[in-house]
Design a binder for this molecule. Sequence first.
Ligand SMILES: [Zn+2]
Length: 527
Amino acid sequence: MQADKPDLVLQITVDQLRADVIRRHFDRFGEGGFQYLVEHGTVYANARYRHANTMTAVGHATLATGGNSTQHGMVSNSWWDRERSEHVNCLQDEQSPFVDETTRTGRSPLRLTSSTFSDELILATGGASRSFGVSTKDRGAIILAGRGGKAYWYSTQTGRYTTTTWYHREHPEWVEAWNERDLAAAYAGQTWSLLADHESYAAVDRDDRPFEVPRGELGITFPHVMSDSTSGRYFSDLRYSPWADELTLSFTQALIEAEKPGQRGATDYLSVSFSATDYVGHAYGPYSLEAEDNLLRLDRVIAALLASVDQAVGLQNTLVVLSSDHGVQATPEYSGTHGFVGGRIGTAEMLGPINDLLSTYFETDERLIAAFSRPSLFLDLEALRRAGISRTHAEVALAREVVKLDGVRAAFTRTDLLEGNLPATALARSVAHAFHPQRSGDVYVVAEPFWFFGYDTQGDAATHGSHYPADAHVPLIFSGPGVPRTSVYRPVAPRDVAPTLSAYLGVLPPSGSVGEVLGEVVGEAKP
Ligand SMILES: [Zn+2]
């Protein structure tokens, strides 16, 4: 049991980090990073998301709130808005513009329908506790910082860190000062080469593969050279390299120096979400040489972050929790070389044929499907009315047609999900956890393993979003005052993180929390 409350809760999230990866490469990490956490903390070796829609916003929201999509409202990174007839971003908020850009729609946590652990900490202390969120991605920063925190993220327009008027009217001085250094632009012409000896990599012969999708001039083989910083795509492409995490680290170190989290009496909360692993995994695939080298570099970045926190606050006064928002599946080409039949079906090539099948079935000229927003198909309710077809009839027909396609394992209708009319299977439960009555579509599509269904075929070598272990199994490690050094193989879930932090600090669980308290972390004899 911990003697006192910690000065700081440090939540580290690595975007797209699978649980098996840390274990497989453990001996190759340096001191102070993953090895420190594993050797000082409680490792939950069997942590698995309970929702089927393993996307970035969903995973971050589950870590933040202890809920599933049903509770926290994040059904994906974006979804189809029926009233506006357009895809909306999960954090889109016209009322909260960027403080330094006018070209993009603003961002805020307003669409998150649950409080977060950080919110509850602030509420419990009357605002004495503070919350900060940092990430390359807006959703990596905003969701965990909560409504009451301050969030900062990387701008693909400027290469600087930015925020919106939800948090600040203008950038704080220390943010301006960090931005003035223009660190992102300084990577122009730099080379990403291997950190260790080439022969030491498990992926030694997996560098040059035709299905890898490079960004800009980064190319698909080592050494990767960053292009000219004046090119229009430079700041966007930079994310597809370990340098994105170096920038996140540097910005976080500036935050620690300026805001002094954990050094003002009350317990503060600092969330850092590292995104490079996700970008690199998407571009090159999880078993690539690039992904392996990025992992070794991520370990160094985490070690540097822990060292900064140790210096400023003391790790003995800090509760650290590390997890991930989702994993990733192997590219169908890679699994194909080892005997698994898989494939890729893009949104456009899938939507046309299904619309045809449905129109033929109902003998109508109307196009009955309005949109596919992964993982859901949305019916066009106006077209259904014009054709005199009931929504439930159309759902059932659509679900029956879509499972006939290659790469589709199952489909669930909105009506069955609303009414709980589901088989008693783990898959059905995970789809129910992914469902939100107002935001989900009419038919939830479940792809076969090794298949990428309904995604942008040009964009990525690999992706995630399924309920399979590759996407759902993530690391979960706690380290800090009173947390024993042990490994736990009992099944747990990332939704247990927020209620566990709440129990540890003696504050309310978030409003949407349905997770369990992990007893090893909290200890015994708490009042
Ligand atoms: Zn991703």
